[in-house]
Design a protein around this ligand. Sequence first.
Ligand SMILES: Cc1ncc(COP(=O)(O)O)c(C=O)c1O
Length: 376
Amino acid sequence: MLPFTRPTIDEATIAAVGEVLRSGWITSGPQVKAFEAELSDYFGQRPVRVFNSGTCTMEIALRIAGIGAGDEVITTPLSWVATANVILETGARPVFADIDLATRNIDLEKVERAVTKATRAVLPVDLSGLPVDRTRLYQLAASHHLRVVEDAAQSFGSLWQGRLIGSIGDLVSISFHANKNITSIEGGCLVMNDDAEARLAEQYRLQGVVRSGRDGMDVDLVGGKYNLTDVAACVGRAQLKQFRAFRERRLALARMYFEAFAAYRQRLYGLGLPVADFENTNWHMFQVVLNEAQLRAPRAEIMAAMEARGIMTGVHYPAIHLFTLYRRLGWKEGDFPNAEYVGRNTLTLPLFPGMKDDDVGRVVEALVATLAEFAR
Ligand SMILES: Cc1ncc(COP(=O)(O)O)c(C=O)c1O
C-alpha cells in the first residue's frame, strides 16, 4: 500500500535524538535555541521562535498583531480548520473570501471586496505550498492598513519572485507537523518583524512570563504552554539539513506526475490538475480535483477504489464554513461555491521524498483505471 505521505527520518536523526535523550535536558533548551538560530539564518536573519504546533503560531501571531473581540480577519474557506479556528480563539470574527478555482488559494479580488471598517488583518494560506501573490497581497494590506498573518504552514521552502516565503512579509507562520516538508514531529515557527514581537511571542508561548536578573519573574499577560521540546527541535534541525534534497525530490516527482498525466490526456474525464509551477511552489502536495459532472460516484468511492488498487489518497480539505460550528455561526451552502466544489472533489495523491519513480506511474494508472470505472 502506497501512503499519500510519509516522513523521511534517517539514522543520523535517530542517533541525534538518542543523544538529546541521554543529555539530561529534554524539554526546551539548547536544541530549541540552535533550531531558532538556524531558522533565523534561513529566513534572512529575521527573528524566529519555535512552538509546539503551527496552530498556536497563528493564534499568537494574531495576538501580537493586537487582534481580538470586535475585529474581523479575512481568510480562505479552503484550508485546515485551524486557520479559521485560531481567529475564533482570539474572539475576532473570521470573514471568508472564496478561492480562485485555478490556484485554489484565496481570491485577492474577493478579499478586497470583503474589507470593512472592522477588518484588521488578512490570513491567507499557501495551499499545497503554492504561494498566494505576495505583491498584490501586500499592496492590498497597505492600502487598507491591515496586518497580514501568513498561514505558510505548507509553504516552507516555497518562493515568491526568487525570495523565500518567510524571508519577506509581515508575520509568517509555518508548521512542522509530521506531514509537512520538514518536520519536528509536531511543531511550528513564527517569523516576525522585530525583537519586541519576538519577546511577546516568548510570553504568549509560556504563561506570559518575563524573567529578569537571576531570580526575577513577572506575568503581565495571559500566555499558554506552547513551547517545543529539545527532542522535537533536534528532529527539526536534522530535517533542515536535508531540506534541499527533499525539495528537489518533490519537484522531480511533481514533474513526473505531469508527464504521466499528459500521456493519458484523453482519459481524465475533466480531472483538474494543479498549477504546473516549478518556480515558486515547494510541492507540499499534489492535489487533483475530480469533475463530479463526469463521474457517477462521489469521491469516497473513488478513494475506496484507489485503495483497492494499493494507493492511499487524502482530502485536504472540506470547506470550513460548512462544518457544524461554522453553520451555527451563520454560514451555509452556496456562500462560497468555489471552495465548496473543490472541498467536495479534491483528492491528494501520494507525494513524499521517499517515493520511487515507479510509484508515480502506478498512481496515475490506478487513477485513470478508477476514473474509467466510474465514468458517466
Ligand atoms: C494550512 C494549514 N494551516 C495550519 C496548520 C496547522 O498546523 P499544525 O498541525 O502544526 O498545528 C496546518 C497543518 O496541519 C495546515 O496545513
